[in-house]
Design a protein around this ligand. Structure first.
Ligand SMILES: [Zn+2]
Length: 336
């Protein structure tokens, strides 16, 4: 348990707020980030500051069933809210690995086999009756976090990207999150960057994700004689000067540059932020990305785009999940 406690959050019993006829304006949000490797949660203040947080490994062994995983999550949230002093909450915002139905959030995260069509939003509503509960894709929450309080702050047109086990993204245009017909807009991982490239988990070929996701880079590097097993190790070896690892990062950077050039022309973007484990390779990734982007983003308006590392680090998903509640005019178009 790695919780931090702040002194500025004023604890307030939920009953007191209800008696007063509503939720206080300074009520915090319970934010949750659900992924294949970790469950993270935080009590987030209206400005986006994290008051208390917790993070545990996702129970993901073959014996884990849907209800067992839910009980672990619910207990973690209970404990965290108690630790924050039991404040009246403004709502519950959640980022969860996809795919999911949206906005009702029956979730089937690729990396959490125990949950298939699990009614996450309904369960949270039962647990926190009367509060708004909003769930979105975890990559979209990362993009929202970066737009609201990170690298895209103050810009109206932004693509927030994550490059790790998968490649995901969220799209902000004219200052608003774009959801699309099914909540899936911004899925840049499946833009085709090489029609003759490797097959993709989606069934297609040459998608950005098939090339630039961590396991894709690892598979390519191992064929070239590298002996590691993880994307993070590959990024670290690239920084140490391993030639195959560096080539893998150039390969990822090139693919990202192609996809970002297309997205920039399509959406007239001002800024693209990139987070996730692979982005930690730094200049080894961003330099070839920039070179490819400048080769292919040739329309005058597209040349102005800037590509920057994500600013919020591991907290961006939680901050973005909180913004689903705090800033619905910008970030939530789903039904409540
Ligand atoms: Zn694909």
């Amino acid at each position: 348990m790695t919780a931090t406690t702040a002194t500025t959050l004023v604890p307030r019993p939920a009953e007191a707020a209800l008696e007063a006829g509503g939720t206080p304006a300074d009520a915090p949000v319970l934010a949750v980030d659900i992924g294949g490797t970790k469950l993270a949660a935080a009590v987030v203040e209206p400005g986006g500051r994290i008051a208390v947080s917790d993070r545990i490994p996702t129970p993901n062994n073959p014996g884990t069933d849907a209800e067992g995983l839910w009980r672990t999550l619910a207990a973690m949230l209970d404990k965290l809210v108690a630790e924050a002093g039991g404040p009246a909450l403004a709502g519950v915002g959640v980022g969860c690995g996809g795919p999911m139905t949206w906005p009702d959030a029956h979730v089937s995260p690729l990396n959490i086999p125990a949950w298939r069509d699990f009614p996450l939003r309904d369960r949270l509503r039962e647990t926190y009756p009367g509060l708004p509960v909003r769930v979105h894709n975890d990559a979209i929450c990362l993009a929202i976090g970066e737009h609201w309080r990170g690298a895209g702050r103050g810009r109206d047109n932004m693509l927030g990207m994550v490059v790790s086990t998968g490649v995901g993204g969220g799209l902000i245009l004219n200052g608003r999150l774009i959801d699309g017909a099914s909540g899936n807009a911004g899925h840049i991982g499946h833009i085709v960057v090489d029609p003759t490239g490797p097959t993709c988990e989606c069934g297609g070929r040459g998608c950005l994700e098939a090339i630039a996701r961590g396991p894709g880079l690892v598979a390519w590097a191992r064929e070239e004689g590298w002996h590691g097993t993880t994307g993070v190790a590959l990024a670290a070896d690239a920084r140490r000067g391993h030639p195959v690892a560096q080539s893998a990062m150039r390969r990822a950077g090139h693919a990202l540059g192609l996809a970002i050039a297309s997205a920039t022309h399509l959406c007239d973007l001002e800024v693209v932020s990139i987070g996730g484990g692979i982005s930690q390779a730094g200049a080894l990734l961003f330099d070839p990305l920039e070179e490819t982007l400048r080769t292919y983003a040739r329309m005058e308006f597209a040349r102005r785009v800037s590509v920057v590392p994500a600013a919020l680090g591991q907290t961006s998903g939680l901050v973005g999940a909180a913004a689903l509640i705090f800033e619905p005019d910008k970030y939530w178009t789903g039904a409540d």
